[in-house]
Design a protein around this ligand. Structure first.
Ligand code: IDP
Ligand code: MG
Length: 139
């Protein structure tokens, strides 16, 4: 299992608020290399599938509806210690608890509309990257 890759999405709130460029700049400026990148949208069905690990949580329905509410950016990122370093760069799930300078501190407004996704393990990074990208779409 590779430990140098993670998967991210720029969520519909951050796309709608015009933060794509600033967030990609933060990602690249913090040493992550972009291996795959696309501008797309999740249907409710696809969002439900992506977040199926959370299907028993009380916020699942809202999460699926939010994540299918507009376009997103999906990307595979590479860096040594990618999972941990990227979770540090995005900050806590609740942006009011995210460290100053983190992506969620700078660009997110609420715990549900929290600007970005970041994988929580090598295994999930691989699953999530494969969800969006074929072998012809990664470099
Ligand atoms: P993470 O994105 O920081 O890994 P998770 O616990 O994996 O957080 O939750 C996935 C997503 O579900 C969060 O990013 C957020 O959009 C949403 N979420 C998590 N907890 C809550 C909550 O308590 N209320 C509403 N939405 C939540
Ligand atoms: Mg998570």
């Amino acid at each position: 299992m590779e430990s140098n890759k993670t998967f991210t999405m720029i969520k519909p709130d951050a796309v709608a608020n015009g933060h794509i460029g600033a967030i990609l700049d933060k990602i690249i400026g913090n040493g992550f290399k972009i291996l795959a990148l696309k501008y797309t949208a999740l249907s409710a069905e696809k969002a439900g599938e992506f977040y199926s690990v959370h299907k028993e949580r009380p916020f699942y329905k809202d999460l699926v509806s939010f994540m299918s509410s507009g376009p997103i950016i999906a990307a595979i990122l590479e860096k040594d210690n990618a999972i941990e370093d990227y979770r540090k760069l995005i900050g806590a799930t609740d942006p009011s608890k995210a460290e100053p300078g983190t992506i969620r501190n700078l660009f997110a407004k609420s715990i549900d509309a929290n600007a970005v996704h970041g994988s929580d393990s090598d295994e999930n990074a691989a699953i999530e990257g494969n969800f969006f990208f074929s072998a012809f779409e990664r470099f």
